[in-house]
Design a binder for this molecule. Sequence first.
Ligand code: GLC
Length: 627
Amino acid sequence: MLVEGYVSTDGPYTGLTKDQLLECAYCPLWVRVRCLLLVAYWTSWLVMLAGAITLVVVTPKCLTPEPLQWWQLSPAYQVYPLSYQDGSHPPDGFGDILGIESRLDYIKDLGVGAIWLSPIYKSPMKDFGYDIQDFRDIAPVFGTMDDFHSLSRAMKERGIKLVLDFVPNHSSNLHEWFQKSVKREAPYTDYYVWTDAKGFEPEGTPIPPNNWRSVFGGSAWEWNQERHQFYLHQFLKEQPDLNYRNPWVLQEMKNVLQFWLDQGVDGFRMDAVAHLLEDEELRDEPVKDEDSIDEYSQLDHKYTFNLPKVLDILREFRILLDKNSENGTKIMITEVYMPVEKLMAYYGNKSHPIAHFPFNFELISVSQENISAQSIYSTIMTWMDNLPKGAWPNWVSGNHDNSRMATRFGNELVDAINMIMLLLPGTPVTYNGEEMGMEDTDVSWEQTKDTVGINAGPMKYKLFSRDPERTPMQWNAGMNAGFSTANQTWLPVNPNYKTLNVQSQLNAKWSHIKVYKLLAKARKTEAIMNGELAIRVLEDCVLVYTRVKKGFPGYMVVVNFAVDTVIVDLTKLDHVPNESFIYVFSTTYAHSFTAKKRISNSEVMMPGQGGMVLTFVPEFPEETIPL
Ligand code: GLC
């Protein structure tokens, strides 16, 4: 076949010969064309590459948040060992380590990631374990070191971390160090804060060196006849203060920390740390308020509380923990009751961190009289506004030293407070029993004394027992609420256990525990872990906050503190669309609410004294890309 326009004289066209091709290839015109094409090809590649690199460099980056650590991911749960579960054979009416182990599945199921265990060390129990006779041993009432290891193993198997109480300020007067210090035996002579009497009364009574008071009432000084000196005790007289001006004491206590780290614990809650140091000159503290309710709060504790060097001691503890943190953070939580602005110093700073977080007791300081949307709003904002950059918040709703949440705020608000606490940025810390709304029990100081069989309890509590929030955990409606089968329990079980107990709440269609579990689950979402917080008070009585992270479902907590129903417009908050879905609601709302129901955000009916959590697709204003 002939190609049109191509004339062949010798038959059909067969293409160019090799020689003809080579001749054309070296023709200067074609060489230039080829070169040009090659240059154009590579130039466009280079331009595209440069463009891509410029885009990557110039485009604003999505900051990937640092991965959160175990102590940030889930709520922590305080277990008060004397009251959690009696696991001894035969039962003795006191909670113990094996008892706690037997309840780990329940704890895991709650969605809790760590247990803080109140003291389990060898102790004469004058202050229920906060008076330690041997920092490296377990009190027989709680079990043995083997029991401890068994608990620790069982927790590891379930992925629950273990945080121990560490009581650095004082020991028991029965501690070997104190016994030897009384006898001025080296090196223990100055392990405690000893001083001579200021003088003697005519009849020979020694006069204390100054006006310092014990937190539990009375003088902070106790005369020791054998050593013929006073020793300091900022708590009970059976809890002499250790002397941190002696470097050996600091070393001893660091050794104690190391001992427990070597047993595999994951961190410490450090007790009463603001009391670690006192004025060297032992100056009198100024009287600030003669009319104060107790003598301790009459004084301005400028010479016994929160002395600047306390932070240096804590920093030493933190360095030790960090050295032991190669396989995961060893956490340090400090216990100090103090105004938030000052408390923030306990976080330390980026180059010199101290506590991973100092306990935030602001929610505890709110009482039934002053609880309102506004007071909770201020409580949250005070913490958030004062928080140092990059520091991690925390929220504590109750503990063994304070009245229970249901008693402080009323049973109706239990879920609402848990909602607020569990979905805020930071780690929530729940005291055992608060997940089901346990209430204070009517216990007198005499009752504690009689059941424990010792002259227990601080003086001040002879009038007001400090145990109402420490009564046994209410597991079921059986004997002693399932806590123990002994004839008597160390503190009486609250008579409400027949209806208020774990089992009935797990069996019920809707209950405080069920709400708690759903909240713990929601915490794991991106918006709660890494999202922004925006918070407002609507209609004077409704507290609302949103947790939003672009690209993820948002969460909104809405709580009505008033008794009456109120209608709120939630679209007033940024990123909130017209509709959302109910995720979880208070038990008080159970009769009229349904989970997953779609609701209109512009007119939400909130019945009194309760709350709910909504999920929604956050809206963001259209972004304009600059040309
Ligand atoms: C802490 C404890 C408290 C104890 C005191 C003295 O405040 O929480 O229970 O009595 O320290 O150790």
